[in-house]
Design a protein around this ligand. Sequence first.
Ligand code: NAP
Length: 302
Amino acid sequence: MGDVTVIGLGAMGTALARAFLSAGKTTVVWNRTSAKADVLRDEGAKVALTAADAVAASPVIVMCLSDYAATRGIVEDKAVAGIFAGRLVVQLASGTSSEARAMAAWAATRGADYLDGAISAWPSQIGGADAAILLAGPETTFASASALLQALAGSLVHVGPDVGHAKALFGAALAYYAAHWIGFSHGAVICEAEGLDPAQFGEMMAGSAPFFADDMRRMGRVIATGSFSAPESTIASVRADIARLVDVSDNLEIGADFPTFATGVFQRAVDAGYGAEEHCAITKVLRSPAPHQRRPVQGRSV
Ligand code: NAP
């Protein structure tokens, strides 16, 4: 019998299994491509021959495949599905809150406990102080598993009983990162075109980190309370500044993808009559998709 089973031995699953082994946990592993388990066998893992053997071997099953579709392909196999009763499934593949809730509903039909998680770390950080894992699900389930799962991350955060909330928060953070990555890269391209060193720009922006931390806390409070009428800067003025960035980009003959997109968002808010409000009042237009953005919702089925 193992303390824990890890299913899915890609870059992340291998790191998770290694962290359990380093913490002295009896670790059972399984991967579709069995050769990936060899290195972990040499490090002390017990390698299951089948997914069913892997699930049967431990009370806690940590799953880290590419996505929910791959995960469900494994757990719903009829040789496997009947073995989950009384076990805890910890699902760490990336996905959406809807997929997480659907998977929790599936686990309930199998008599399994369920936690859904989002990993905020590179594989090399797993097991260390810099790794963070958000986990969602019943408080009692989290409490019973946290001593084991602390082997994976210095920061193990229970985000609440709604199993969709780890993926929801991860998605919210990813929205921020996406703008951060594109915005920084666009700034670096401006620097290059102006003969400035992007490394100098990186240092300058790093020095602004405390400002951005304060600004994020402030925006969160302002959006939560809906108090947009005492602006530090308005939607109209931010729109004008970013529209100017389109001109700057055109003049430098560099791509204007990001400022064009960003101007469009602020323009939508101006057109809706929010020009005099605090810049983060763009949430009022972002709450509804623009007509051309409507897409079918995925991952709702159980
Ligand atoms: P990866 O290296 O590409 O590994 C994917 C794993 O999924 C492999 O074990 C693969 O098995 C398995 N798999 C894929 N499709 C399958 C299927 N249909 N049936 C059975 N097994 C299947 O990916 P990873 O980097 O380990 O990432 C795993 C999850 O962690 C992803 O959801 C990813 O978004 C998340 N994550 C990764 C990182 C990161 O930095 N790597 C960070 C945060 C979160 P085979 O070996 O047989 O192909």
